[in-house]
Ligand binder design. Structure first.
Ligand SMILES: NC(=O)c1ccc[n+]([C@@H]2O[C@H](COP(=O)([O-])OP(=O)(O)OC[C@H]3O[C@@H](n4cnc5c(N)ncnc54)[C@H](OP(=O)(O)O)[C@@H]3O)[C@@H](O)[C@H]2O)c1
Length: 316
């Protein structure tokens, strides 16, 4: 093995706490048919990453150990595999990657990437796949959100919520959003019509008869989401399966929004690129960390509070 073919990558050898994130030198991968070799600039740190690391997602998102964590990325195409047009070489791109993103180089299907919006940094672009795409699928595919509807977004300051607020406003919905005191002004600045401080105000007191709730929090908050809906309304849960029996008792539709979108990935990513470049969608990075500090990044992410997406800066 030549040293110039080695790269730094974070790997997990067994499920467990943040201490299981090991920064190692491993061999650089080679792109296969349909894949590109991406020089990673930034990797988003999504709550799903620590849930997978902890072994909580084995049923939905199994991993073969050791694995490289991370599901969202931005970078520059360094090489192309068989069947991939060579004009992709040198392009700045963003998207998702099933085989992990916390590494200096990754191989990823060319179809899972799109042109990076020109107006954002690599760090910002790395947050789009795990935020905007998830919000889009939940709002427009599962929720069928239409102009004029009233929607409650729980967890509005987070990596998904902040994009859900903006996309719902873009669609012409009336948006009510929950966050803690520290993020009230931030969520207002995203365009929310009403912002509720969940630390001081029970949701059932402040919000009634909405058409849709997008819940990015889970637990007790998910139960409170049921109280805010009108009969016949829709509860879309992102953090886990919703309480189906309780939902049926209240005559509301409830679903767990996950998996890939029905819209072809390339089309969806291109749409998001356009919205970002047109200034209609603002992406927000919370804290940034170097690859060496990945354990601290996961500790912060696991805490479940804050504003915007945590990002690992790999080559910026
Ligand atoms: N189903 C899927 O495909 C999918 C994809 C991506 C993410 N997810 C899940 O979606 C959830 C949210 O992800 P994310 O990336 O947005 O997380 P995140 O960036 O860590 O944000 C979490 C946000 O939740 C807020 N929050 C915490 N407790 C709250 C409460 N009781 N009421 C209202 N807001 C509260 C926090 O704001 P404060 O600081 O103001 O408390 C924080 O801004 C996670 O559980 C994640 O695993 C699911």
């Amino acid at each position: 093995m030549h040293t110039e073919q080695l790269m730094r990558a974070v790997r997990v050898h067994q499920y467990g706490g943040p201490e299981q994130l090991k920064l190692e030198r491993i061999e650089r991968p080679e792109p296969r048919e349909g894949e590109v070799l991406l020089r990673v600039h930034a990797a988003g740190v999504n709550p799903l990453d620590w849930k997978i690391r902890q072994g909580l997602m084995k049923e939905y998102m199994p991993r073969t150990l050791p694995y490289i964590p991370g599901i969202e990325v931005s970078g520059v195409v360094e090489a192309v595999g068989p069947g991939v047009p060579s004009d992709l070489l040198g392009q700045a791109v963003f998207g998702g990657a099933e085989k992990g993103t916390y590494a200096e180089y990754i191989t990823v299907s060319a179809a899972a990437l799109a042109r990076k919006p020109q107006k954002v940094s690599f760090a910002e672009a790395a947050t789009i796949k795990g935020g905007a795409m998830v919000a889009w699928r939940a709002l427009f595919e599962h929720g069928q959100l239409a102009a004029g509807q009233r929607i409650l977004i729980q967890g509005a300051a987070g990596g998904v919520g902040l994009l859900a607020v903006q996309l719902a406003k873009w669609k012409g919905a009336q948006v009510i959003a929950t966050t803690s005191a520290a993020n009230l002004d931030f969520v207002r600045s995203l365009g929310a019509d009403q912002v509720v401080d969940y630390t001081t105000t029970p949701i059932a007191q402040a919000v009634k008869d909405v058409d849709i709730v997008l819940d990015a929090v889970g637990g007790e908050t998910l139960l409170s989401s049921l109280d805010a809906l009108r009969a016949g309304g829709t509860l879309i849960s992102l953090a886990g399966p919703p309480p189906l029996e309780k939902a049926a008792e209240r005559r509301v539709r409830a679903m767990f929004s996950r998996g890939e979108s029905a819209t072809p990935l390339a089309v969806l990513l291109e749409t998001l690129t356009r919205l970002v470049d047109e200034g209609k969608l603002k992406v927000v990075v919370g804290k940034t960390f170097a690859l060496d500090d990945v354990q601290q990044a996961h500790v912060l992410c696991q805490n479940g509070h804050g504003r915007g997406r945590i990002v690992l800066l790999v080559a910026e």
